[in-house]
Design a binder for this molecule. Structure first.
Ligand SMILES: [Zn+2]
Length: 172
């Protein structure tokens, strides 16, 4: 899935307890770990261009970082480490990381950044449907809208209640 959607999923599912915004970061970080250094590398070496890069133009170390950050083993370890350190709210917020990996494993085809969910133990990749397919991306968008609607901080009618009750208060 695209990085923005991952960030929004992090907020939608895990950003409503103590850490309201950190799950946005945890949702995006598996993509940031390989692609931010790659972006700097390209800018510095003058190879920067817009659009989808060809697989052969991407350096090997980007794939290694990608495999590391897109392994369920990494994501779950982070959650467990926070938990064992007694940082339960951080542990909850960081669930956005393994969730990112689950979403990617079904929304990437095997050939373009297929997600090796058990890396480095196994190179197994589930052959998902690319998120670039409109039916996948729009389903993603609709699900996000539904969750954000359900999770909206205060139902609108309740937020307006004090105002409404003032407006309709009978004058004696
Ligand atoms: Zn990803």
């Amino acid at each position: 899935m695209d990085t923005i959607s991952h960030a929004l999923w992090g907020k939608a599912l895990f950003g409503y307890r103590k850490h309201l915004y950190l799950p946005i970061f945890f949702g995006a970080i598996p993509d940031l770990i390989p692609f931010i250094p790659n972006l700097f590398f390209k800018l510095i070496s003058g190879q920067f261009s817009f659009g989808r890069p060809s697989i052969s133009s991407i350096p090997e170390w980007v794939f290694t970082l990608y495999d590391f950050s897109h392994s369920l083993i990494t994501g779950v370890l982070i959650v467990i480490i926070f938990y064992l350190l007694g940082k339960k709210s951080l542990s909850f917020a960081s669930l956005a990381w393994p969730f990112h990996i689950l979403v990617d494993s079904i929304s990437h085809s095997k050939d373009f950044f297929g997600t090796k969910i058990f890396w480095p133990i196994s190179d197994y990749r589930f052959d998902g449907v690319s998120w670039g397919q409109p039916e996948v991306w729009f389903t993603n968008l609709i699900l996000l809208i539904i969750i954000f609607y359900i999770r909206r901080p205060v139902p609108l009618i309740l937020a307006w209640t004090p105002v409404l009750s003032k407006l309709f208060k009978r004058k004696k």
